[in-house]
Design a protein around this ligand. Structure first.
Ligand SMILES: Cc1ncc(COP(=O)(O)O)c(C=O)c1O
Length: 421
């Protein structure tokens, strides 16, 4: 009889070759990176019967922290939960320095909905800062202009695997005594001057959603620098419980009339991941460097193919990384140059018809999303020139963490440079 692991690997391969898989768009936004190793790791968890958070999640947290060079890491069930928990931590009354209701927090205008939502949920005021449309990331001049005496924090969202000038940003933040969260949900593996994005501010968040640099299906992680934050994150992740606190015995001694196994010291959530997510994380983390290398190789090959193409007339502008930044592009992003007569929707419709899946740059200019208006934080979208440019002319296609052949790259360049209506 065949070993069950071989049977699983064979079944997976057979499904990959099935017509439903082969008929997908030739250039998808997302490429599945789950192989037999991941599927077997998940089945092992199911067979063990230990479904809820346990040793594999803890092992993954330790390896993730070591991989990034961060002192602490706490896994949660999504990148959005990571942002929620990070913001809940910086407003927590038990934290030695904290933000208070009404404090302003700067956020780049190109970001994700749940980069902003936890700020609103915790009574903080998000203030949109413009982005530099060349890097897609924070525009430092706009950050300076939006700073007021009420500004107390920065949600530094690193867009599409790149970042703004982190030394200038952090110096400015430190001079003003801000608390800094880095939302690195789409930037795992990228660096600024050798330091992993997410490990430069007080707390950093990551997403392991299916399309991200590595995946646990759904999942997220928070890294932090201070033991105090580590304790808060673990307490708030799990019901406000004391069970994972470093000073658990001291806390318990203060409430001798309560069963120490069920002692609640804070208004927590349940944002815990499942053990299968920890198991997936362990396998994917070991492949991260190779997957990121393939992403970057795909990007460089595509840029070369476009620049060397007979039809190339600079119709597409490429995003730039600053000296000091080592990006790992989350997607292959472009801005349609003014020489292209088509509107962005017309061009993207054509691209979709030609089998190249595409999407806006994250959420476009967030000042245009109804969410902020509903919560009394409306901003004039026209005042954010960089974000407006990306909203009206920017898009991205899959970068993929699986290698493309030179033929596929040339084919993709042909499709991108077809401007027929
Ligand atoms: C910048 C950013 N922050 C947060 C998130 C939320 O992550 P998740 O989808 O895992 O909740 C995303 C999702 O793509 C994101 O791009």
């Amino acid at each position: 009889m065949r070993d069950w692991k071989t049977a699983v690997a064979d079944a997976l391969e057979a499904r990959r070759q099935s017509p439903s898989q082969v008929d997908k768009a030739p250039f998808p936004l997302i490429g599945a990176t789950l192989g037999a190793d991941e599927v077997i790791a998940m089945i092992e968890v199911v067979l063990s019967g230990q479904l809820t958070m346990a040793g594999r999640v803890r092992d993954f947290e330790e390896r993730f922290a070591a991989h990034l060079g961060a002192p602490y890491a706490v896994m949660v069930n999504s990148g959005s939960s990571a942002n929620l928990l990070a913001v809940a931590t910086i407003v927590n009354p038990r934290r030695s320095a904290r933000l208070r209701p009404g404090d302003e927090v700067l956020v780049p205008a190109v970001c994700w909905s749940t980069s902003i939502a936890p700020l609103l949920q915790m009574g903080l005021k998000p203030v949109l800062v413009d982005v530099d449309c060349r890097t897609l990331n924070i525009d430092v001049e706009s950050m300076r202009q939006k700073t007021t005496p009420r500004t107390k924090g920065l949600m530094a969202v690193h867009i599409l695997g790149n970042c703004g000038p982190m030394d200038e940003i952090m110096t400015f933040a430190q001079d003003h005594g801000w608390i800094v969260i880095e939302d690195a949900c789409e930037s795992l593996g990228a660096n600024w001057q050798g330091r992993a994005l997410g490990t430069i501010g007080d707390l950093g968040t990551f997403s392991f959603y299916f399309s991200h640099h590595m995946t646990t299906g759904e999942g997220g992680m928070i890294v932090c620098q201070a033991g105090e934050d580590y304790d808060l994150l673990k307490c708030l992740r799990s019901h406000g419980w004391t069970r994972e606190q470093s000073n658990r015995r001291d806390i318990e001694a203060e409430s001798p009339d309560i069963d120490p196994r069920f002692l609640f010291i804070d208004a927590g959530y349940n944002l815990r991941p499942m053990e299968v997510q920890g198991a997936l994380g362990l396998v994917q983390l070991a492949k991260l460097a190779t997957m990121n290398w393939d992403r970057m190789a795909n990007w460089h090959a595509l840029v070369d193919a476009l620049r060397g193409h007979p039809q190339w007339q600079e119709q597409l502008a490429f995003p730039q990384s600053l000296p000091g930044a080592s990006p790992v592009w989350f997607g292959s992003a472009f801005t349609l140059s003014d020489c292209v007569q088509l509107s962005l929707p017309q061009y993207l419709d054509g691209l979709t018809r030609r089998g190249v899946e595409n999407r806006p740059i994250v959420s476009g200019n967030f000042a245009r999303q109804p969410m902020l208006d509903l919560h009394g934080c409306a901003t004039d979208p026209h005042s954010l020139k960089g974000a407006e440019r990306l909203h009206h002319r920017g898009f991205y296609i899959g970068a993929l963490s699986l290698p493309r052949t030179p033929e596929q790259t040339r084919d993709l360049a042909d499709r991108l440079l077809d401007f027929s209506p």
